[in-house]
Design a protein around this ligand. Structure first.
Ligand code: SAM
Length: 281
């Protein structure tokens, strides 16, 4: 248990997709003056050294953020993501990758709040140190699923629940389905985003169909596949389901995902993008 370490995967193609969308979700909340709260249940270490031995060993970032680095003329939403990563690499060389906690913090105003949970005994202290002294951010060493019950809905009422698990548990999709249903019952206006890997297509497909059948309105699904699915070499793509997404996120993603695909797809593989409503708003 807890054998997954995000430092081996930071900045890979799935992070690029996930973090481009995450920035759009938080920017959507920040469009209104009223304060919001983000709960990131699986926060990771917060920041990753791409020149460290472990990142160099897997080299996953080379097929992710490194392919976009130095590019100009991207869509404004991709540019916003690249600017956020550049802010952590001030000398211009790609050496550090900011995880979801730092990307969200970059968009917080004084009145907004960020709640972070990380269970790994090595990653939690790093995360804690990174946010020391920032009174807008609370870092918890606790189970993210258990924290949801205690911390949501937030006093601000407006906000985002971001669930980005490591999929080490056998029944992860079932737990995610139950969690989305339970949270939506107590926090109807809350935005909920759940990331999932696509290896073998069937489990994620089943998860999305089960979500669609819950009767929860306004669920958007977005996927980016850069390599064949059902391949023995591992994850070919990943997706996000988003309950109560920001206005026109569907249009934005339909525009930017093909651009991401063109940059990130592997070895002549055509790849695919998908943006569709699982249930109407
Ligand atoms: N969200 C991060 C980002 O985008 O930068 C990456 C998170 S990584 C995919 C998943 C993290 O969840 C790992 O750091 C792992 O240690 C942590 N984790 C696994 N099970 C957890 C749990 N039940 N509660 C909180 N954290 C957990």
């Amino acid at each position: 248990m807890l054998s997954y370490r995000h430092l081996f995967h930071a900045g890979n193609f799935a992070d690029v997709f996930k973090h481009c969308v995450l920035i759009q979700l938080v920017e959507g909340l920040a469009r209104k003056d009223k304060p919001f709260c983000v709960l990131d249940t699986h926060a990771g270490a917060g920041r990753y050294a791409l020149d460290a031995a472990w990142a160099q060993k897997t080299g996953e970032f080379r097929e992710g953020i490194a392919r976009l680095w130095g590019r100009e003329g991207s869509a404004p939403e991709i540019e916003a993501y690249l600017a956020a990563v550049r802010a952590h690499n001030p000398d211009g060389a790609l050496a550090r990758y900011p995880g979801s906690p730092l990307l969200v913090r970059g968009l917080l105003r004084d009145t907004d709040r960020l709640l972070l949970c990380e269970l790994h005994p090595a990653d939690h202290p790093q995360l804690k140190a990174l946010f020391a002294g920032d009174r807008r951010v609370a870092v918890h060493h606790r189970d993210g699923f258990e924290a949801i019950k205690a911390l949501l809905p937030p006093p601000q009422r407006r906000g985002l629940l971001f669930i980005d698990p490591s999929f080490e548990q056998k029944h992860e999709f079932k737990r995610l389905l139950d969690t989305v249903c339970e949270v939506h019952k107590r926090w109807r206006e809350g935005m909920i985003a759940v990331w999932y890997p696509i290896l073998d297509r069937a489990p994620s497909e089943r998860f999305c169909q089960q979500l669609a059948a819950t009767g929860i309105p306004a669920i958007l699904r977005a996927e980016l596949g850069v390599a064949p699915y059902d391949s023995p070499v591992g994850m070919g793509g990943s997706g996000l389901v988003i309950v109560n997404p920001p206005w026109q996120l569907d249009r934005t993603l339909a525009r930017i995902l093909p651009e991401l695909l063109a940059t990130l797809r592997r070895d002549g593989h055509a790849g695919e993008t998908r943006v569709e409503w699982l249930s109407p708003g």
